[in-house]
Design a protein around this ligand. Structure first.
Ligand SMILES: *Cc1c(COP(=O)(O)O)cnc(C)c1O
Length: 367
């Protein structure tokens, strides 16, 4: 049996069939039907945010949110993320400016943020990577001082809270992904949480061709509407997500029991004031101290049918798509970490015996 880095959470088939019965009867498959509306309301409550707009996926949430903000110039972000974050900036004809990351939380290093601000900076787009929360207070202070927008890529933080507040309620906006591989999924899906109701109207138009009324097209929008089947899956999975996160916690704790304190291994931080969702289990391997490189551990696991992932390697500022436009030497910490990190399999139903076996293989790589 292969063990993958993740395994999608699913409700029982009966539960899903039950949820889509009304879709079948009504023939209303998409375009903001009853499931879409119900999912939107349920999410607002679960995430503890004022407003939610649903999208086909997390990327379109990010991309159309940037478009809705009508920005120009430079957006400060980090390269230690999934392609989507950087692509959303570039596809909006904005210029990404890469800030290095903190060596402990892997999120934007706020000490280096201010020096990257120029007359052209319009926004900051930090990533709560692996579910680790950015330095929200400091980012907010700097954004206020320079009058910059803050767009959080919150794709990894579903269900998290910071100081008791839903993580989607920080910044001007926060964008979530409900992709099949994430802690919570609607098969594919995404959402933007925002404060200003009028901003919601702009977002809504952009996900529906800019169609504002039956005979009125006000913006050059795209099509990024979440369909009824995805919304129904989201509704079903939402009922189980707390339980799933609890199970993830048990798995993550088992990993810690085996790997904590091992020389040459750095585990992810537990952050104060954060209710974690245990989205990922990243491990850094220091070849000199540990005795094996990340590549050797990766290969050894693969030989045993275990698929760990090098998230996030390569850094987005080294993608061939950008033809060497960005200088990776400006983000040395991100480069260092991307060359040493491995995210281990983590999902709710991963058996603890499998965790034991994975750790045994990893510890067997020591020389
Ligand atoms: C998954 C992810 C996205 C994009 O979400 P999709 O739903 O796959 O489009 C954006 N940013 C980060 C950090 C992600 O991990």
């Amino acid at each position: 049996m292969m063990i993958n880095v993740t395994r999608s959470s699913m409700p029982s088939m009966d539960e899903y069939v039950n949820e889509i019965e009304s879709v079948w009867n009504s023939h209303w498959l998409t375009n903001m039907g009853p499931k879409h509306m119900k999912f939107q309301t349920s999410l607002k409550k679960y995430l503890g945010v004022e407003n939610v707009e649903l999208f086909t996926n997390g990327h379109m949430a990010l991309e159309l949110t940037l478009q809705a903000m009508n920005l120009q110039g430079e957006v400060i972000t980090t390269p230690f993320t999934f392609a989507s974050t950087t692509h959303a900036i570039v596809r909006n004809n904005l210029t990404p400016v890469f800030c290095d990351i903190d060596p402990v939380t892997y999120t934007m290093d706020v000490e280096k943020l201010e020096s990257l601000i120029t007359d052209y900076t319009c926004a900051i787009m930090p990533v709560h990577v692996y579910g680790n929360i950015c330095n929200i207070e400091e980012i907010e202070r700097i954004a206020r001082k320079y009058e910059l927008k803050v767009i959080y890529d919150a794709a990894h933080t579903f269900g998290e809270t910071y100081k008791g507040k839903g993580i989607g309620s920080f910044g001007d906006v926060s964008c979530f992904s409900f992709h099949a591989t994430k802690v919570f999924n609607s098969i594919e899906g995404g959402a933007t949480c925002y404060r200003d109701k009028r901003f919601g109207d702009v977002l809504y138009d952009l996900k529906n061709f800019g169609i504002h009324g039956p005979e009125e097209v006000e913006a050059v929008g795209a099509n990024a509407k979440m369909n009824e089947f995805c919304a129904a899956m989201g509704l079903c999975n939402l009922k189980h997500v707390d339980e799933e996160i609890e199970k993830r916690k048990t798995v993550a704790e088992r990993y810690r029991e085996h790997l904590e304190g091992i020389e040459g291994i750095q585990l992810n931080v537990s952050q104060k004031d954060v209710k974690s969702n245990y989205a990922y289990f990243p491990v850094l391997f220091d070849e000199k101290q540990f005795g094996s490189s990340r590549a050797e551990v990766f290969d050894r696991l693969a030989e045993n049918g275990i698929s760990a992932r090098k998230y996030f390697y390569p850094l987005t500022n080294t993608f061939s798509a950008f033809h060497g436009m960005y200088d990776v030497r400006k983000t040395p910490v991100a480069l260092h970490i991307s060359r040493r990190v491995l995210t281990l399999p983590l999902y709710a139903d991963l058996a603890l015996e499998d965790v034991d076996r994975i750790c045994e293989i990893i510890l067997g790589c020591r020389k």
